[in-house]
Unconditional design. Structure first.
Length: 301
């Protein structure tokens, strides 16, 4: 742990910020909502939809699955990432911006939230032909709590047989880009009320411990499911007050210890929300990093 703290403190003390990081009110005030090209239902609940942002051209297109954050609360919708989704589509990626049942929605939390994310990703098989998608290049991109869900979704094939989150043939993804997030839900769950507020019902996120489920984190915490078997890139702001950089560094050490390829980049002068605000320099770095991850994926024979 001392290496993580030393690295994080070195980053945080490395000079003064050129611009103040966005606060939540500033982020919300500057948010641009971009209408999707289409909205697809992958289930019967109102929240079980995905927004489609299509690039120009004939394809086949690489795919970005976007998973929004918001402390698992139904107060933050997928549309909060509509501007980043549209920007990625303008640069050649097909974007599948996923909505899912969160805490506060009927059926939200455990297990419905995780089942929704899995079902939304698997629905891409039905969309691949009509929308000219290259399913050999599928990158999961999640922000904050969505980053945890993205890391989790990459490991769905490893879920315990008895888990209600397990699906028969989960779509294989090729990489994960985690933004302003972490990967050890079990280790950091005691901090969730501090990060998200006391009104967050952590038990709804995690599920209930029982004789059949002695460790509630075994099928939801990405760290418990290591190795994921796919490369991960964690991008984090040096002034992230919600999920500081040491959390991403901790994930990298845990992932590498299990044999995964994991990279962390700390973005200067950025806070928690800058990474998904298209008006910031941080978003440009994030966009270019995602596009490079897509470009570096080797086509399957």
């Amino acid at each position: 742990m001392h290496r993580i703290w030393a690295t994080a403190l070195a980053v945080l003390w490395a000079g003064s910020a050129a611009a103040d990081p966005l606060t939540l009110p500033q982020y919300m005030a500057g948010m641009t909502l971009v209408k999707p090209d289409a909205k697809v239902a992958y289930g019967g609940a109102p929240q079980q939809t995905a927004e489609v942002y299509s690039p120009k051209g004939r394809g086949p297109f690489p795919v970005v699955v976007m998973l929004h954050g918001g402390c698992y609360s139904n107060e933050v919708p997928a549309a909060s990432l509509s501007a980043p989704a549209a920007d990625l589509a303008a640069h050649g990626a097909f974007v599948w911006n996923v909505e899912y049942r969160r805490v506060g929605d009927p059926g939200g939390g455990y297990p419905g939230m995780y089942q929704d994310v899995g079902a939304a990703i698997d629905r891409l098989r039905e969309e691949a032909g009509p929308r000219h998608l290259d399913l050999s290049r599928v990158v999961l991109v999640g922000h904050s709590s969505g980053g945890l869900l993205a890391l989790w979704a990459a490991a769905r094939a490893k879920l315990p047989t008895a888990s209600p989150l397990r699906s028969v043939d989960p779509l294989k993804v090729t990489a994960v880009v985690s933004l302003s997030s972490m990967g050890d839900l079990k280790g950091f769950s005691p901090l969730l009320p501090w990060i998200c507020g006391d009104d967050l019902n952590v038990e709804q996120v995690v599920g209930v411990k029982s004789a059949e489920r002695p460790d509630p984190f075994a099928d939801i915490s990405p760290r418990a499911l290591l190795p994921l078997g796919v490369p991960t890139l964690s991008l984090t702001g040096e002034y992230d007050a919600q999920l500081p950089p040491y959390m991403a560094l901790y994930w990298r050490l845990a992932a590498e210890k299990k044999g995964d390829r994991a990279e962390v980049r700390v973005l200067r002068d950025a806070g928690h929300f800058d990474l998904v605000a298209v008006q910031t320099p941080a978003w440009i770095e994030v966009r270019e990093a995602i596009l490079k991850v897509l470009a570096d994926i080797q086509p399957r024979p």
